[in-house]
Design a protein around this ligand. Structure first.
Ligand SMILES: *[C@@H]1O[C@H](CO)[C@@H](O)[C@H](O)[C@H]1NC(C)=O
Ligand SMILES: *[C@@H]1O[C@H](CO)[C@@H](O)[C@H](O)[C@H]1NC(C)=O
Length: 639
C-alpha cells in the first residue's frame, strides 16, 4: 500500500489534483478489499471459542514425555514485513482452516526416504557451528511476533496444488493439537454474529475520523451509539441463538450509518491506520486463543487420567493389605536364556497389560514367553498385584523396579528416570527445499532406563523391547530367528530424519550423515553385542557432548541426538511390515495398512487410553483390555 505516499502537503496543480483524487479512490478500494479477509479472521476467532478445549506446552512433566522441535528454521526467516504480507497471512490463515488433512505420517516417511539430505534446510540453518557458539536453543519455538513471517512464506506453496500440508505452520508451533482441532471442529450457527463483528470492525475504524469533523457531530454520535450497542450485544453472544430479537433491523441501521460516514470521509489514511491497529490486536488475540487451547490440549494428553491414577493407588493399597499372598516367588524362567524375553518399560498398568495380552493372544507358544515389566517404585506394587491377579495364558511375568538397579546414574539426576522419550520433529520436505513445507512426526526413542538393560539381564543374550503404546497383532516368535548380522539393535528405520540434520548437536563427532534415524516400539536387542560395544558408556559420553554443545541440562532435551549417534551403524533394519507407526498422531492411517501390520504403534500424543485418543484406532487397543475387573470398575476406568 505504498500508494498511501501520494498524499503530499504542498499544493498541487489542478491536473495533479485529479490524479490525487483517483489515487485516494484506489486506496479506499484497497482498504475495502482488506475487509474480506478480516471477515475470516473474525470467524476464526469465534471458532476458537467454540472448541474451547485443547494445547501445547513444551516443558515436559518428569514422568512423561518430552516433545521437541528440532527445526530452527522459523527463527531464520528474514524480517520482511510489508503490508502485502499481512493480507497473504490472512489468506494463509484461511487456507489453514480448510477442512483438509495432512497425508498420513507413514506415506510421508516413505516418500522422503529415498531422497538425499543435501538440500535440507535443517542443515543449512546449522550455521552456528562454524563460530563454535552454542547451537540452537533447546526448544526453538518461534517467538510470537515472528509467526506471521513464517506463515507468509508458506503461502505460495499453499495456494498451489498441495492442499494436504496446510497444517504445517500450525503444527510447527502447536504440534498435533492442530490435527485434533481439525477433527473436532464444531459447526456454529453464527452468520449474524459474524456480520455484526464485521460491521463493528468497520465502524470502529471510521469512528475516529468522523469524530474529528465537527460539522458531522450528529453522525458521529449516531455511529458511537451503534458501536456501543453492538459491543454490548457481542460481549454476550457467540452464536446467532444468543442474539436478541430484531437483530436484522439493527444490522441494517448500522450498515446505513456506515454508508453515510463513508460518503463523508474522503481521507482514507486515518481509517487505514485505525484498521491496521485493530487488525494487529485481533491477530494477537487470535494467537492468544490458539496458544491457550493448544495448552489445554497438551495438558490433557500429558496428564495421567484420574481414573488410571486411581487404579494405581487402589492396587497399591490392596497390595499391602494382601501381604499374606506369596507374590514374590521368583522363577527360574526369568533368567532362562532359552525362552523368549520381552521387556516393557512403563508406568501405565493398563497399557502394559494390553501389550502383554495382545502378544500372548497371538503367540503360538505362550508358555515360552517371559515378560519383564520395568517400572518406577511408585507403580511397582500396583503392577505386582495386577500381574499377580491377572493371568495371560501360560506366559510368565516379572515386574522390575528401576530403583533396584539405577544407583549409578541417579547421582546426576536424582528422582528422574525416563522410561521412554518421544520427540516432535518437523523436517523440511527434501523434495522442495524452496518451500517451507514440512513433515511433523513424533519419533519415539529409548529412555535413560533402556541403558540399564545389560544390568537387568546379565544372563540373557537377546531380548525384544516393546513400547507400552503398541498393540501386537501377530505371532512375534519369528523375531527370535532374525539374523541381526552383528548389529546391536533391530529397529524400524525412520528416514525422514537423518543424522546429518542433527549435526549441530553433535559437534565434532564422526558419523555418517546419511544414517537414518529409527523408532522404538518394537526393538530387538543383542545384549552380547551391547556389552561388546559398551553402548551404555558410549551413550553417557555422547549425552555429555550434546549437553555441552547445546548448554541444555535436562537429559530429555538432548537425548535424541545422543541416542541416534550411540547406535549409528549398529542398527539392523526391521522390515516395514513389522511396525506401523503414527496411530497417535495421524487421523489418516489407512485401514489397509493397519490390517497388514504385525504391530500397531500409537506414537504421538493421542494415546489410545486417553479421552483424546483417535477414536477409529482405539478399538484395536481396547479389544485386549481386561473385562470386568473389580478395581477398574471401582475407579471408573473406561478408556
Ligand atoms: C530412489 O532413488 C533411486 C536412485 O536415486 C531411483 O532410481 C528410484 O527411482 C527412487 N525411488 C523412488 C521411490 O523414488
Ligand atoms: C485379554 O484379551 C481378551 C480379549 O482378546 C480378554 O477377553 C481378556 O480378558 C484379556 N485378558 C487380560 C488379562 O487382560
Amino acid at each position: 500500500m505504498k500508494g498511501g505516499g501520494v498524499s503530499s502537503t504542498y499544493p498541487l496543480p489542478p491536473s495533479k489534483r485529479r490524479w490525487r483524487g483517483l489515487a485516494v479512490a484506489v486506496f479506499c478500494l484497497v482498504v475495502l478489499s482488506m475487509l474480506v479477509p478480516l471477515v475470516f479472521l473474525l470467524s476464526i476467532h469465534s471458532g476458537f471459542q467454540s472448541t474451547g478445549f485443547g494445547s501445547e506446552d513444551r516443558s515436559s512433566t518428569p514422568s512423561h514425555k518430552k516433545y521437541e522441535n528440532y527445526d530452527p528454521v522459523e527463527q531464520e526467516v528474514p524480517q520482511i514485513q510489508s503490508e502485502v504480507d499481512k493480507s497473504t497471512h490472512l489468506d494463509n490463515l484461511m487456507e489453514r482452516l480448510k477442512p483438509t488433512l495432512p497425508k498420513d505420517a507413514i506415506t510421508i516417511a516413505n516418500d522422503a526416504a529415498n531422497k538425499t539430505v543435501r538440500n535440507d534446510p535443517l542443515q543449512v540453518t546449522a550455521k552456528p557451528k562454524t563460530d563454535s557458539s552454542p547451537v540452537q536453543k533447546e526448544v526453538p519455538k518461534p517467538p510470537p511476533q515472528e509467526k506471521q513471517k513464517g506463515m507468509s512464506q508458506v503461502t505460495e506453496h499453499d495456494k498451489g496444488a498441495n492442499s494436504d500440508e496446510t497444517g504445517k505452520p500450525c503444527q510447527l508451533e502447536f504440534g498435533s493439537y492442530c490435527l485434533w482441532r481439525k477433527e473436532h471442529k464444531e459447526v456454529m450457527k453464527d452468520r449474524v454474529v459474524k456480520q455484526m463483528k464485521d460491521d463493528l470492525f468497520v465502524a470502529r475504524a471510521y469512528f475516529p475520523s468522523i469524530a474529528k469533523l465537527t460539522s458531522h457531530d450528529k453522525m458521529s454520535r449516531e455511529l458511537k451509539q451503534n458501536i456501543q450497542e453492538f459491543e454490548k450485544i457481542l460481549s454476550e453472544s457467540t452464536t446467532d441463538a444468543d442474539l436478541p430479537s430484531h437483530m436484522e433491523k439493527r444490522l441494517q441501521k448500522m450498515e446505513a450509518i456506515i454508508r453515510k460516514v463513508k460518503s463523508v470521509i474522503l481521507d482514507c489514511n486515518n481509517v487505514d491506520k485505525k484498521l491496521r491497529q485493530i487488525l494487529d490486536l485481533t491477530e494477537d488475540e487470535a494467537h492468544f486463543h490458539m496458544s491457550q487451547s493448544a495448552f489445554l490440549y497438551q495438558l490433557a494428553v500429558q496428564t495421567m487420567p484420574k481414573s488410571l491414577h486411581c487404579l494405581s493407588m487402589r492396587l497399591t493399597v490392596e497390595y499391602f493389605k494382601s501381604q499374606s499372598l506369596e507374590m514374590d516367588i521368583s522363577s527360574d524362567k526369568y533368567v532362562n536364556p532359552l525362552l523368549q524375553h520381552y521387556v516393557i518399560f512403563s508406568n501405565n498398568i493398563l497399557a502394559s497389560s494390553v501389550v502383554i495380552n495382545s502378544t500372548v493372544m497371538h503367540a503360538k507358544e505362550s508358555v515360552k514367553q517371559v515378560f519383564h515389566v520395568v517400572t518406577s517404585g511408585q507403580n511397582y506394587y500396583a503392577m505386582k498385584l495386577w500381574f499377580f491377579r491377572n493371568s495371560y495364558k501360560e506366559a510368565t511375568i516379572q515386574v522390575i523396579k528401576i530403583e533396584d538397579f539405577n544407583q549409578e546414574h541417579d547421582v546426576a539426576n536424582p528422582g528422574h528416570q525416563s522410561l521412554s522419550n518421544e520427540y516432535r520433529v518437523s523436517v523440511h520436505r527434501v523434495s522442495k527445499p524452496q518451500t517451507t513445507q514440512m513433515d511433523t512426526n513424533y519419533i519415539s526413542v529409548f529412555g535413560d532406563t533402556h541403558f540399564l538393560l545389560p544390568q537387568f539381564f546379565p544372563d540373557l543374550k537377546r531380548v525384544v523391547v516393546l513400547g507400552d503404546d503398541i498393540v501386537v497383532k501377530e505371532d512375534l516368535s519369528p523375531l527370535w530367528s532374525i539374523n541381526m548380522e552383528g548389529k546391536v539393535i533391530g529397529a524400524s528405520y525412520f528416514c525422514s530424519l537423518k543424522l546429518g540434520q542433527l549435526k549441530s548437536y553433535l559437534g565434532e563427532e564422526d558419523f555418517n550423515e546419511g544414517s537414518c534415524s529409527w523408532m522404538s516400539g518394537l526393538n530387538l536387542v543383542d545384549l552380547v553385542k551391547w556389552k561388546e560395544w559398551d553402548i551404555t558408556q558410549k551413550y553417557h559420553r555422547l549425552l555429555q557432548v550434546v549437553k555441552q554443545r547445546t548448554k541444555v541440562t535436562s537429559v530429555n532435551g538432548v537425548a535424541l541426538p545422543a541416542i541416534l549417534l550411540t547406535f549409528e551403524g549398529l542398527v539392523h533394519p526391521l522390515e516395514d511390515s513389522w511396525l506401523l507407526s503414527g496411530l497417535g498422531q495421524s487421523f489418516k492411517v489407512e485401514a489397509q495398512a493397519i490390517e497388514k501390520a504385525a504391530v500397531l504403534h500409537y506414537n504421538g500424543l493421542m494415546k489410545p487410553w486417553l479421552e483424546l485418543g483417535i477414536p477409529q484406532y482405539k478399538a484395536y487397543w481396547k479389544k485386549f483390555l481386561v473385562r470386568d475387573d473389580l478395581f477398574m470398575s471401582q475407579c471408573n476406568v473406561n478408556p
